[in-house]
Design a protein around this ligand. Sequence first.
Ligand SMILES: Nc1nc2c(ncn2[C@@H]2O[C@H](COP(=O)(O)OP(=O)(O)OP(=O)(O)O)[C@@H](O)[C@H]2O)c(=O)[nH]1
Length: 562
Amino acid sequence: MRLESHLLDEAKASILAVDDTPAILQLLELTLGIDYEIVPVESGQAALDAFRQRQFDLVMLDLMMPDMDGFETLKRLKELPSFEGTPVIFLTAMDDLTNECSALELGADDYITKPFKPNLVRLRIANILHRVRLQRLLSLALAGADQGLWSWNLDGGVRIASAWSQPLTVDGQVKALEFKDWREVCHPDDVPAVSEASRDYLSGLKPAFEIDVRLRRLGGTWTWFNIHGKFSGAEMIIGTYRNVEARKQAELKLRESEERLRHVMDATGEGIWDWAVQEPIVRHNAAWCRLFGLGEETANHPVAEVLAMINPDDRPEVERLLHECLVNDQQFFAEYRVRHVDGWDVWVQARGKVVERAADGSPLRMVGALQDISEKKRIEEEYRRLALFDTLTGLPNRRLLIDRLVQAIEQNRRNATLGALMFIDMDRFKTLNDTLGHDHGDMLLIEVARRLSGAVRKMDTAARLGGDEFVIMLPQLSADAAMAMKDAMTVANKVLRNLGVSYQLGRHEYDSTPSIGLSLFSGAHGETVDGILRRADAAMYEAKRTGRNRICVDQAFAPANA
Ligand SMILES: Nc1nc2c(ncn2[C@@H]2O[C@H](COP(=O)(O)OP(=O)(O)OP(=O)(O)O)[C@@H](O)[C@H]2O)c(=O)[nH]1
């Protein structure tokens, strides 16, 4: 890229013209005054005074002057801070090599002899000012970008520009640094990284030489710099360097706080997930991986795989909740089962939130945590079982039976169908307890439960009310009472038959029978749970009263021919 001087302010350049011959000064004003602001002074001392007042873009200096010659004037001008970088052209009648060499050695930019050709002088001035402007443009650009310059001659050493405002130091030197080896300013811990970065660039692996390193600054402190460079010619790399201490410190703090957070998370055992929503990958911490038996080294997982780990019964709801969260910015909260690699389900409670969105509101990043709640779920399940199931036989208890009966009544009301309820009480059960003992009584009850469960369909309910009292509920039969009764009697007869088969109780074989009261029910006529149970119970007592080991039918729904 060519640097363009027109990027800079093109205000009329000022020239300090120093000559003890007024005619020369007049000639300069005449020939250059249209393009430049000419400030004429007639002595070296006047030139120094003028420079103490203000700056000039260029100095035209006569060599032979009384009191203070051009060389002396230039030497003294260079001591003024305001003079730094100002180009100087000697304009002299001394047309000899020695003086010309001395002038250029002293830092003059040009040496023109009198009598001069005004056009030539104008072009030379223009060229020098153009170059100076470019230099100033580069310095301003570097200062604006807070950068310094360096060059590295692969055969020789390293040079670092002196003009930059953030001086480095080698062995106490602050000015334009020049040294053989990076190691002289580079923190020992960063030297391998510098070698690697240069190797990568020189071998073509990287498009530029770039690295963050700590360099020794004035006062001996280490400061982080970003160094960036490229080849300029075959043997020279040129680049910039920039103080990135603040960024490095911020990164360090962030890393520390992330590390701390990770420790906290690991200590609580929470599985953390972090999902860049536009990407098909979700990141997990070690605790998350451990929870499902995954190797900790595979902390990135495809989203599809993670979703596939969710129990198929729970997955649609989880996906729905996730969608809600992504679209409506709701908090994600869900309890679901995730398959462990060894095949069992882990109950988890997950929470999450979209923490970053694009300007159009679309989600960019979502993070969350999940916790193993398998134990909580197990206890809940145990409580549920205790509350709804009989502990001895595992059959539904009275409470669950009533729940299901309420549902069945409602269902039959809607469909105008009938259901059936059988009240079953074992005959002379007390005798068993009294003769073989309570344990054997329990054994019989467990076996009765098993046989009852085997006698009904999945949709039916076999429940234990307590003692030797059981109930079978057939929730939905025909709408026709005769048909319904026929089906119910089929089941009742099967139960009567099955429970009448002798029982192997430990070493004892024991004969027992049930008494069964059967009642149909519908949802009509304000049927209640109590009413249905009472009618079936009454029918069962009728069976007891009339000899046991039989079925008696409640007459409320009994068709004439039942
Ligand atoms: N082994 C055992 N016995 C129980 C349990 N709960 C109640 N019982 C006993 O079950 C018996 C219930 O007897 P009942 O149904 O009243 O009388 P029964 O001897 O069966 O006589 P009928 O019903 O008239 O044929 C009582 O002896 C109760 O103590 C239990 O969980 N296990």
